[in-house]
Design a protein around this ligand. Sequence first.
Ligand code: BES
Ligand code: ZN
Length: 619
Amino acid sequence: MTSLPPISVSDKNSFANSDAIRSTHLHLSLTADFDRKVLHGHVVHSLSVLKDSVKELVLDSSYIDVKAVTINGTDEALEFVVHDRHAIYGSPVQIRFPRALAKGEEIAVKVVYSTTKDCTAIQWLEPSQTVGKKHPYLFTQCQAIHARSLVPCQDTPSIKIKYSADVTAPAHLRALMSAVPKDEVVSGSHKKYNFDQAIAIPSYLIALAVGNLEGRKIGPRSTVWSEPEMVEASAWEFVETEDFIATGEKLLTPYCWGVYDLLVLPGSFPYGGMENPCLTFVTPTLLAGDRSLVDVVAHELAHSWMGNLVTSSNWEHFWLNEGWTMFVERKIIGRIRGNAEAEFSAIVGLKALKESIDHYDEIKTPQYTALVPELGGVDPDDSFSSVPYEKGFNLLYYLEVQLGGPSVFEPFVTAYVERFSHKSITTTDFKSFLYEYFNKHDHSKIKVLDAIDWHTWFHGQGYPPVKNEFDQTLAKACDELAKRWDSARASDKLDFSPEDIRNFSSTQTVVFLEKLLELTPLPHKLLAEMDKVYSLTSVRNAEIRFRWQWLCLKADYEAIFPAVAAFLVEAGRMKYVRPLYRAWDKTTNGGPLARKTFLDNRSFYHPICAAMVAKDLGL
Ligand code: BES
Ligand code: ZN
């Protein structure tokens, strides 16, 4: 067997030889076969040769069945090898050209292929796993390195490609992609849906969903899509979408993607949201019925600039996507809901950062708590946590304060987007531009920048080197109530009532529970009382439900087990599922039940989530 090709120069998580030849456009032509649970068809890559005497093209692939490779629209078959799997990065496809290519040549390579049941990007849902229970469903999740299990490609965010696609599906279902929908053609029992993404994007933003989908227009450039049963509720929950877009535009640059649609997925969607261009994917757990969780939409929208236009070059610089997006998300929330709300969100973020740092300490991988971690040989899904989000946010927030506040920093943010849109960049590019900008606009700021402990911010483990002070207006009442419960351990007369939280926003209830999560677990008697007065077990808001169940599990409160089991098979969002399974597994008697619940329901979870939980539980 031939040995694996070398890892890419610009991305330790890819085998693509993208320094020699790069894809500029791909066309995907796929048929969704719900009986066999495979996508089959082909991809055509348009490629530019960047160097002289390029003899091969290496594409990333994972669990893909490659059937044939041809060149330049001919039937001329190219020799290729699909390598044995690298455990994390999959099976590179090494394609040999008939002759060495010269710098500047343009070629087209067609790969005929089929996905397999092991492809981690795709979840195939049985009708019983959907809301409507009548039709099958499929959806993809490509970030970070799963695009290679949907399509053989140069699966690195250092490369940006335009794409077009045609997807054939049963005619009663609808296909949607992270692109602008074009025409639809019916042929017999099937329908072919065409798409075009005219802005170059990294491979992780390719996305597809096929199901019984209905749309409702919720703004001049936005439609919300979901199964018909959820579409009304979704349209209600996300009415503010256009306000978010308009606010983003005022803050940054015009929204350039044409449409901004939302797709509300079935319960197994593994994230809160995913910023697929033109079509953000969101979890149905956002449908709280009170618009209290729509900050996730503000977040995914903010990626339209931070991540989707200005993209981190590889997964070590992921904070440039997520830290910047948190920063813009909170700016948007601040503009629309007021600054106290944005600062409150930052307080929630700090707690999430603490959880992540504690978790990585516990599993002895503190290297993942660096803002710019070293990811050679690492699965980026393992390094995924709140660290890039919240440490990144805290760095940007700190910079804003140090440099003189929003009036100084916001123009820089716009300039940053203008400078790096349609590019992939590293942390060094960010820092150099920061210096370049202030050198030009206000030289007095250079000494401010020089005083920043960059090395610790970027490479230090654990907490950031400096602590930001956030406005405590909304946190105060949460803190006080948590203190009352904490003191109640010692007293035998309890005087709590539903009034305590009557005027709390759902985020305040979340923060109240988070304060308690930091303390020694409450005695069962108090947990029972708390549930009696606040009815927490029956709350539907997923953020509250999650913290409440977590608090109970940490206290070994077995009365919560049935509710945990119910939540875990209703929502497959990893933010909830992973900590809950871990905490359940750690209870005195819950371990076997936690494992059984997971194993019995494994097919409910998206493959990415199932793999992570299996790792967490040591299965
Ligand atoms: N891009 C992420 C989701 C993601 C990150 C998927 C890395 C795969 C690998 C998305 O924008 C995100 O951050 N979602 C958050 C939303 C939250 C921070 C508002 C989530 O899913 O919880
Ligand atoms: Zn994000």
